[in-house]
Design a protein around this ligand. Structure first.
Ligand code: VGL
Ligand code: ZN
Length: 188
């Protein structure tokens, strides 16, 4: 597969959601075939760079005793603890030097699944003329879903890169795609 830079137009942005070691096989919260998104997204990164399209990468970045962890009564195994190896972006993801890193999940009182949740991202992107987001990453049914729905609610066009994402559960992934389509995202 090879993505053409002509996929993009001015006002586009490539958003890579939580492509982190802990979400890949062998990690703390492994998503089946999670690492397979890396090669797909590298192709989109290359095309975005050729087209001069900005690239943002979000990361789940939790305090050690985050409320989303099972030992705190939350739903997830301990994952993406700040500054641990598992919290690193996947080493094979070919990010350009000028990538914008967006950190989320740092709050003690609530989780932040969406890259738009209390990060200031929406007004920032609007101020830079961004109109459309191409979105991939992990996980389809958790942080990618939340990010896509918030992007739509903020009025951005969204293209979901289906091959560039994987779900925690198959059923959750199918439901997430349906929710995104209903919200007006283009699934491709
Ligand atoms: C995520 C579960 C817990 C994600 C983050 O990035 O999709 N999933 N924290
Ligand atoms: Zn998390």
């Amino acid at each position: 597969m090879s993505v053409s830079s002509s996929e993009f137009r001015p006002g586009d942005l490539l958003m890579l959601v939580d492509v982190q070691v802990d979400f890949c096989p062998g990690g703390a919260l492994p998503i089946e075939q999670g690492d397979e998104v890396v090669a797909v997204l590298n192709d989109w990164i290359r095309a975005a760079r050729e087209a001069g399209i900005p690239i943002y990468a979000s990361r789940d970045w939790h305090p050690r005793s985050h409320l989303s962890f099972k030992e705190q009564g939350g739903p997830w195994p301990t994952h993406c603890v700040q500054d641990t190896p598992g919290a690193r972006l996947h080493p094979n993801l070919e990010l350009p030097a000028n990538v914008e890193i967006l950190t989320k999940g740092t709050r003690f009182d609530q989780d932040q699944n969406s890259a738009f949740d209390q990060t200031g991202l929406a007004p920032w992107l609007k101020g830079r003329g961004i109109k459309r987001l191409f979105v991939g990453g992990l996980a389809l049914d958790v942080c990618v879903l939340a990010t896509v729905l918030d992007a739509r609610a903020e009025g951005f066009e969204v293209v979901l890169l289906r091959e560039g994402t994987r779900p925690v559960t198959q059923e959750g992934g199918d439901q997430a795609l349906e929710k995104m389509r209903r919200a007006g995202a283009l699934v491709r």
